[in-house]
Design a protein around this ligand. Sequence first.
Ligand SMILES: [Zn+2]
Length: 1013
Amino acid sequence: MKPGNLSMVLRRIIMRVLLAATAASVLVCNLSLANAQQKSGHSKKDAAAASNSAAEDNDYSKKIKEYTTQAYFKTELVDHLPMSDKVPSPDKVLGYVVGTPNKLTYSKDLYRYYRELAKASPRVKVFTASEKSEEGKEQLLVAVGDEAALAKLDRYKAITAKLADPRTIDDTEAQSLISEGKVFYWASGSIHSPETGSPEMLMELAYRLAVEDTPFIQAIRKNIIVLITPVLEVDGRDMMVDTYNYRKANPGKNSPSLVFWGKYVAHDNNRDGLGMALALSRNQMKTFLEYHPAILHDLHESVPFLYTSTGTGPYNAWLDPITIDEWQLLAYHEIEEMTKRGVPGVWTHGFYDGWAPNYMFYVANGHNAIGRFYETFGNGGADTMDRTVGAQSQRDWFRPNPPQPRVTWSIRNNINMQQSAILLAMNFVANNKDRFLNNFYIKSKRSVAKAKAEGPAAYVIPSDQARMVEAADMVNLLRLMGVEVHKADKEIVVKDQKFPAGSYVVRMDQPYSRMADMLMDTQYYNVNDPRPYDDTGWTLGALRNVKTMRVTDQSILQAPMTMLTADAKVQGKLTGSASTAAYIINHNTDNTLATLRFRLKDVKMDAAEDSFKVGDQQFNAGSFIIKTEGNPDDIRQRLDSAASELGFNALAVDKLPTVKTHALSVPRIAILHTWTNTQNDGWYRIEFDRFQVPYDYISDQVVRNTPNLRDKYDVIIFPPLGGSAQSIVNGIPMRGDPIPWKQSEVTPNMGLSPDQTDDMRGGMGLAGVMNLQKFVQDGGLFMVVSTNASIPINYGMTTGVGILEPRQLQARGSVFNARFTDRKSPIAYGYDETLPIYFNQAPLFQVQSQTAAFGGGGEGGAVGGGGRPSGRGSLTDGDIVQAMPQASPAPSRQPGRGGEEQLTEEQRRALGPYLVPVNQRPRVVLRFAQDEKSLLVSGMLAGGSELANAPAVIDVPVGKGHVVMFANNPMWRHQTQGSFFLVFNAAMNFDSLNTERAAPPPARNRESEDDDQ
Ligand SMILES: [Zn+2]
């Protein structure tokens, strides 16, 4: 996508104008075919005729034609703009027509336009979302409808609220509400910032809906109220306009790629539907629960020319099938209508699956409404350019009318396609208003009936579990999503299960039972299904390490329980002796314990190196011991108030427990990012900010330019990135001119980014790798996550760990069981024996007792093969070598990966200096479940033998410091709260990670087993 050549663009435009004139007559022919479609009785011919009336804004209409590259990339719905002497069209406020080449609009100007529109038209109202963006910007919601409808907005909100919760109405009342009510149809613009067209399009759509008087538009105004989110990712939009303007101001130079969108994440802002960690997700959720729109329509741009969502399947298994039918119904209506009008390239099905509920539009899908989206063709800016369409220009059963293989494309084409199709959908919904409201009502009713129909009856989050703070946080997430949560008044006894008083109960006889069910149930994704579009498993209780029980016995619905009317909160307290020697806090991996350590940074704390008892009370290894001696005088008060706020219990004891301890550090932490991608580190920053764990956010350039990193930091965390070790280390090539990411006159918003640079090029380079190696040698802790582990491994910073290429493994974004194999490691502090973790396909670690000089192999290197050499007999009936003395079969080896225990004395001798000494050997703290059959919690798994027993968390000693490697991603999309403490533990014990290193098991004497030889 290079900047367009202006004179070429002009020539093209002139040609297009000429072509458009000849194409117009073709369009009229197509329209006459379309007449039968309109149930309202208004033909499109009428609509077209009305739109050609004297009330047209001829100048604006002329520009639409001019900016559209082929006449068939527009329809009669958008080839003109109606004139109004009262209501300003976009060009009156902005100074340019929507879809003008090379023009993108900042959010402040979008908002200025909508406010002018609302001032001038009683058919438009503007509201502000309750939360500002992370960078402090407003998010707007615009309502457009009939003036009488907008005057009674509260009444229509009350109607949809009643249909959403049918427990208080009967069918008769519902039918009268349906006939009185209106559908809220909600269009949401640009959650994805490089997808630039929808914020422009929506301004024109709002104006058209407010002003145009064709029967087609009147039907929309009469029966539906259109809600518009002008731009959802406000921060990212303004960054995008900055980068685009930089590109325009610096022709011929390389321009910055959009390395920051919002403060934290980029494209994953549309994967926050399960975590709601971002303000934009919470705003959408609140808006849904306020209006109950029957349809939420999210506008994206990625494929040619207009993909309207249905998906390949497998579809989300917890949705009412009606929703899935409605996806098809609306999609095929749009395809038919657009195809009739001769518009090429409108299609469905073959993009995206429809499985995971982590997308923003699950605020609708998860709540009995319809969530849908478009992918239209964007140019990543507002240039007009020639584009080559790849495989999607091929005809297929779901794409009988494919996009053309080669096309000149403009932002106006994109706007025409989006606007035409969404108007067709709105008009269809308007003409079938009662049908959509009725479906919404039926779905709501069936959600309430779910407890007694398909079940389960409820989920219980028992109160007798280790992590009550985390449990409460999960409950509050459900409440944020509108799910009702109860608390058991007394012990609940159901078939085969018993839950103590105070347990949380999520009843399935409530309107949003499906959302709760899809979050808390387990997922099974067959590997033979189409390739998943995103994660395949997400079970909330497992990922948060919170015990969650699925209850099918309906008698639970009769148990006495009280609905929570405010967020759940765990009130911790400080108890015990007044003449205190120390305070003890059990380490249960509730994440607020990290907050405590960093908040009381002046307080000396110790970590117990083993579990111990005080009276009857059991304390886990890693429990905090805070002596009064040597600590501030007000320690009791400070602990007391922290306990109540953070939800932990502290026990004051007059005698120190007899357990070995070491000091619990307050490390100086850096989170490391590159200038190629910051998204995954954003999910880490979110958690560090939430739990108030301080850190510096440093780029790879800082690492490159700081020879003594150890002077500044104790811990450097490098969240995962795509790509090879070499591509990460090299960064953006040092070619061409410097590429700044920095606040300037033409890029005013970049100053809001979490980091800035004069030149994004050049990664950490070899100098950075060496600086990191020195940092670790000098006692620092370097944490690498997922594929980033290839950097210390491939650059020789560590020895004894390799990465295997999977042969059969298919494990895309799933939840797997893992178990702690070294519970004495401080990284395991506070945990139980097992932990479900999130893992996405790679890396497969292999621990070796030799350095890489010998290559990957060794024992256990041969995975997947199995079997035996070809010969006589069978798998169990051995081979016979002919006419020779017979040897006994080779000794059977322990399953597992190469390691010390696998080596014979003979092999050790042969390794010589390549044998890694015991005290430098990697320490495998956590492994995937040993048995292939017990690996999968949720998601997809095939070829699991490659993953079974593979290391998940490895601590590699290097010099005085450590490299800790994660195969799982412990901080993923605000969903893996159960794993956060792997990171916090490693950090707070960075200088004590060698604690209780187990002596390696004695070498097995293979000779004795092999004595037949
Ligand atoms: Zn998108």
